[in-house]
Design a protein around this ligand. Structure first.
Ligand code: URA
Length: 208
């Protein structure tokens, strides 16, 4: 966790009213320890008035270096799935519930580590502020971490993927799998997993 002295100097995302201001403020975030080894904060990317906000877990190795979400292999697969679902990229804003890459260094490789509940909680004000400013029609969570962050720890993506869930506050939410789960699927399952992701995104497309 950030020390008291550090977190005191962090701006409060809830007080920021525009996306550029939010992005600039997030660059100096020290709300948890993940900022120390990471290259930079990876803030969301996309149009100022998106119909759809897609939210993943955290930036990966490529995203950490590039400073942009979903620019690595999972992002390329997501682009392909969005195109097949006929969701124009210019209507979609991409972000993550955690905005620093969490990894373990093994030799030259940086291996992805799942963020803790405390790290997700520490980062949450940035995501809440993004949503408050963007006001999308629909939110799509990619994978279990994002879904559980927004719907509670007992939520199961497999039980509700592709369903549009109305919530008490905020836009309706459609959970689906993370594109990296499609990449990790065994060879003989990968095409079917990709088609299932596209099918979920088509449900989202119909709501836009
Ligand atoms: N995986 C994510 O969840 N987010 C990214 O930005 C990249 C990979």
């Amino acid at each position: 966790m950030a020390t008291k002295a550090e977190s005191k100097t962090d701006p409060d995302p809830a007080t920021i009213s525009d996306l550029d201001g939010l992005r600039a403020a997030s660059a100096g975030c020290t709300r948890c320890e993940l900022y120390r080894p990471a290259t930079q904060t990876v803030f969301g990317e996309g149009p100022a008035h998106p119909s759809l906000v897609l939210v993943g877990e955290q930036p990966g190795d490529r995203e950490d270096l590039a400073g942009e979400p979903f620019v690595g292999p999972a992002g390329r697969l997501l682009d392909k799935a969005l195109a097949e679902a006929k969701i124009p990229r210019e209507r979609a804003y991409l972000t993550n519930v955690v905005k620093h890459f969490k990894f373990e260094q093994r030799g030259k490789r940086r291996i992805h580590q799942r963020p803790t509940v405390g790290e997700i909680r520490a980062c949450r004000p940035w995501f809440d502020a993004e949503l408050r400013i963007l006001r999308p029609t629909l939110l799509v969570t990619l994978g279990a971490t994002a879904a559980k962050a927004l719907l509670g720890s007992s939520f199961r993506v497999t039980a509700h993927r592709g369903e549009v869930l109305d919530r008490r506050a905020g836009p309706p939410l459609l959970p689906t799998v993370h594109p990296s789960a499609v990449l990790r699927a065994p060879d003989d399952r990968r095409a079917a997993e990709f088609d299932a992701l596209v099918a979920d995104l088509k449900v989202a497309a119909a709501r836009l």
